[in-house]
Ligand binder design. Structure first.
Ligand SMILES: *[C@@H]1O[C@H](CO)[C@@H](O)[C@H](O)[C@H]1NC(C)=O
Ligand SMILES: *[C@@H]1O[C@H](CO)[C@@H](O)[C@H](O)[C@H]1NC(C)=O
Ligand SMILES: *[C@@H]1O[C@H](CO)[C@@H](O)[C@H](O)[C@H]1NC(C)=O
Length: 187
């Protein structure tokens, strides 16, 4: 008899924990959305209209094969296509520090600020390590504002084109971002 009661108890525990798991998954899927989208970054590294400036370096940076200690700040245009003349949807503002003594690797913080298109008024923040020798680099999305409140996810970036003559680097950023669907009701 005691054995049967224990079995019953165990059984009901298993059933209720299964139900709880299922419910929390359901709530998560109703409150969050996974969005994928792509933007192009126009990184103007030279010329009178450069959008990237070097702000600091160490006394040893020039002797470093990996530019260790170099810090740059950028304010690059975001476009929907690879051409600079394609529709502008905002800017990416941030900082990149050459942070490795053994590889070309950046420590980056980037704020993607949307001022047109369906994400107008919202922003996404990316912080991470950008290892320049990789064809596809991946960094975490750590948060956002507006439509992207409570955001988390990752970006994958690669160099689309490199025009050293005109000092223009175009980068592709592919976003995979979970964000809240409750932003409207949360006000
Ligand atoms: C800088 O921008 C201005 C205005 O957009 C443009 O007329 C000029 O050609 C640009 N200069 C360079 C060097 O890109
Ligand atoms: C490092 O090199 C740059 C570019 O060649 C030069 O402008 C700068 O003065 C150098 N800095 C040091 C600390 O040697
Ligand atoms: C973006 O949103 C702002 C604020 O709502 C608005 O003033 C502006 O016209 C919008 N821009 C575009 C291009 O939709």
């Amino acid at each position: 008899m005691a054995l049967t009661l224990t079995k019953l108890f165990l059984f009901s525990f298993l059933v209720s924990s299964t139900v709880l798991t299922a419910r929390s998954e359901l709530l998560t899927s109703k409150r969050e959305k996974l969005t994928h989208f792509r933007v192009y970054v126009q990184d103007k590294i030279a010329g009178s209209n450069a959008t990237v400036v070097t702000v600091a370096q160490a006394s040893t940076t020039n002797q470093s094969a990996t530019s260790f200690g170099l810090v740059r700040v950028f304010d690059d245009a975001l476009t929907v296509g690879p051409e600079m003349s394609s529709k502008n949807v905002g800017v990416v503002q941030g900082m990149a520090a050459f942070a490795s003594q053994s590889e070309m690797a950046l420590s980056m913080s980037l704020n993607f600020v949307f001022t047109a298109g369906k994400y107008n008024g919202s922003s996404l923040t990316v912080v991470g390590r950008n290892m320049l020798s990789l064809k596809v680099r991946e960094m975490p999305i750590v948060g956002g504002t507006g439509l992207f409140r409570l955001a988390r996810g990752y970006v994958q970036t690669s160099t689309y084109s490199l025009d050293l003559k005109n000092g223009l680097v175009v980068l592709v950023y592919d976003f995979s971002v979970y964000h809240s669907l409750l932003t409207v009701s949360l006000g």
